[in-house]
Design a protein around this ligand. Structure first.
Ligand code: VGL
Ligand code: ZN
Length: 270
């Protein structure tokens, strides 16, 4: 069964939320368009009690971003977020919830954090997710959500360790980037673990992308996203003049073959 896993699409991770992730809101319309393409949609929900030990406010004198030790592991202190039964913990208001067949809650134990939707950070306790998927014979997961460098990363790595085929929809993820390279490093780690990378366009418009890559059609007057071997999807912008448009397409083809699409984008005249 064609399965999509939505990671933590909750108000607190959107701009204006308690742990706001830049452009987190841009993931929501993509999730809404992608859901109808899957037979099964599952969502994870960060679901902390108010006394959760990952919250800086629960450690007098400590600040957000500081490291403490929790359950014998380094733990980043976060602003209080996704507190059970608060509006911040609810799914994004713009998210179409009607297709979500199952919700996996995580982070409920106040004494340990849980970035992965499968296990707590100490891998001591499992959530219901693996059992749910196994019971249905699911072996391949498509993944999107927030945050790339925490919950998406740890969920993808655990899924691989559990033997799932994992495909990440890279333009439908956004990260925290506490350190500037965190998101890029997260993509590297996932790739090294055998996570496949795709884009929403490849799922929503597969024929169009194929034609574009084969040079049979030109780029429409809009922005499209193609899979990049680097950390972030690249955007190809259509140009006003036809000659340039042709050159972009041909460069796109050769760069894709050389797998250096990100460098290609920097060469495009603007
Ligand atoms: C997350 C930090 C703390 C996430 C959750 O959803 O990526 N990050 N709790
Ligand atoms: Zn959390």
């Amino acid at each position: 069964m064609n399965t999509l896993l939505l990671i933590d699409l909750q108000n607190d991770f959107l701009p204006g939320g308690a742990l706001a992730v830049r452009e987190g809101d841009q993931v929501i319309p993509l999730a809404n368009r992608l859901m109808p393409r899957f037979d099964l949609v599952i969502a994870s929900q960060d679901w902390h009690p108010a006394n959760h030990d990952s919250f800086a406010a629960n450690h007098p004198g400590k600040k957000v971003g500081e490291l403490i030790e929790l359950a014998s592991m380094p733990q980043i202190l976060w602003p209080a977020h996704c507190v059970q039964n608060t509006s911040g913990a609810q799914f994004a208001h713009a998210l179409d919830r009607t297709r979500i067949a199952h919700i996996t809650k995580k982070g409920t134990d106040p004494a340990i954090d849980s970035y992965s939707a499968f296990f707590d950070n100490g891998r001591k306790k499992a959530t219901d997710l693996d059992a749910f998927l196994r019971a249905r014979g699911i072996t391949h997961l498509h993944l999107l959500g927030i945050a790339t460098d925490y919950c998406v990363l740890f969920t993808a790595l655990d899924a691989r360790k559990l033997g799932y085929r994992v495909t990440l929809i890279e333009d439908a993820c956004r990260g925290v980037n506490l350190h500037p390279k965190d998101v890029a490093n997260a993509f590297d780690k996932m790739r090294q673990a055998g996570v496949e990378i795709t884009t929403s366009n490849e799922i929503l418009q597969p024929q169009k992308l194929q034609s574009l890559q084969q040079g049979r059609i030109s780029i429409q007057p809009q922005t499209i996203t193609v899979p990049s071997p680097m950390s972030q999807p690249i955007q190809l912008r259509s140009m006003a003049n036809a000659g340039r448009r042709r050159s972009i397409i041909s460069r796109c083809r050769s760069s894709t073959m050389r797998r250096s699409v990100t460098r290609f984008e920097m060469k495009v005249p603007r």
